[in-house]
Design a protein around this ligand. Sequence first.
Ligand SMILES: [Fe+2]
Length: 615
Amino acid sequence: MSRTILGIAGYYHDSAAALVRDGEIIAAAQEERFTRRKHDPSFPVNAINYCLEEGFVDAADLDAVVFYDNPLLTFDRVVQNACAGGPEGRRLFAQAAGNLLGDKIWVNEHVQRTLGTLGREGRVLFTEHHMAHAASAYYPSPFDSAAVLTIDGVGEWATTSLGLGHGRRLELFAEIDYPHSLGLLYSAFTSFCGFKVNSGEYKLMGLAPYGRPEYADRIRDHLIDIRPDGSYRLDMAWFGYIDGMAMAGPRFAELFDGPARAPESQITRREMNLAASIQQVTEDIVLRTARHLRRLTGEKNLVLAGGVALNCVANGKLAKAGLFDGIWIQPAAGDAGGALGAALMAHHGYFEAPRARPAGAGDAQRGSYLGPRYSSAEILAFLDRKGYRYHRITDRDERLALVAQALAAGKIVGWLSGRMEFGPRSLGARSILGDPRNPRTQATMNLKIKYRESFRPFAPAVLREKCAGYFDYDGDSPYMLMVAPVREDRRRPMDTSAFEGGGDDMMALINQPRSDVPAVTHVDYSARIQTVDRDSHPEFRALIEAFERLTGCPLLVNTSFNVRGEPIVCSPQDAYRCFMRTGIDLLVLEDVLLWRSEQAPLPDDEDWRKTYELD
Ligand SMILES: [Fe+2]
């Protein structure tokens, strides 16, 4: 008998839905991609409808609907937090409770209203938040058994959980509870350095290579007590998130040489050093915890999820440390992935369905290409209706040769191909692509497409078997979750003599060619790698092969298909709009090519910059 389960994450940030049938992942998508509202926290009506359509399933036929955390436990934390927080805490409580009472507590009602049903069991199932993260890491992994580590800001209470997956069973046996949280510690530094909490963490990680970890000892001496097994306690006197709105408390300024950096103001040497310092502390905790887990469980493999698992620099260090034979990280490691974990947990935990990964089968994440796809017929109907000029080239070799030629000539390509990615990284289904060898690619992509001046390089998508020819890494990294060094023989010396600190200096440094693939090489010669194998996305793979045939270079610059502040594009309409609003030269929609030079300007589009908070 077939069993179909819908998983839902929502109400906090990054709402999402996922559909699992007989343990197989059928579909998963984030709500923001449909509503075009970044990190959309609302009940994921659009994502749910998409998942049901993709699975050809009526809501009435769902065997279960599962929510990714337990709102009553979260409520319990909010109440206790308020009691501990004094008058300010009570004000926060009113706000948070309003949220919870208004939305989360009524999950059943929302589901009923949206679906007209609660599944055959007649009620919504709930997993605990970290269990959902853990399930999203373990069940799709290629391993029969594995140690499990989840680290995020906060679930109901847990902020770090240790567990063990074996066959269909998954247990969490130790946890660190709120307010002690590595995720929130990292977020406190994110906000203190002037970046947005819950989205700027990636920027802070990208800033770290410019700095020296000069504040690491101060962090260890005052903010956090780290034990040899990786467990830790924060000294809450330094933080603001229990009794105030700020993540970092007012005393951060005492310890870290002055007040917080104002958002969008110049980045100085201090922020670089703070970024390097908190990165070092984070890596230290992750490594100690992993070592402890290895000793406790004796497992050869490790799986990871939770927002901190998106710290690909720490992941790279973890892989290099060789503590485990295999590491698998859920690509949707943030809360969106909880939808998938919740559904898988219900299948194997609640319904007790066995789990067996055939030997050598790889993971069950399907390349994380789990979102909507658009057929050529749909694309042509859209383009014809709008009267846009296009060229359909059905011969694949001919088509990809043209795209490769454009890339080699320095053109920037918007690329929509196959099912949309689940998770925050673009992996060649909704990507903006460029030539990594060209010293101008990085600046062009930043200024003409993303409308920003960024101190971070882009990521390379490299043919799996050619990875070791460019990077000191010869493993799989299909989800762009590992950072590794560029090989020494490809590096070029950098002139750092003029580098004093922030602003123009940083840009001068990042704009110096640092290797023969400068657009993807960071100032510490590291790169955030996506390896592209033969099976996951044949069309994307074939494009890189075509580029290699033409140029000898087996990698492309791969960045997300959006402008700054916008969710990654989903539909051909989204892609066309982004193409026309930016300096993308060539748009590829499956087997259809559109040249920028042949398009008429978009009418009535002058206000779009405001929508995405570019300024
Ligand atoms: Fe989480």
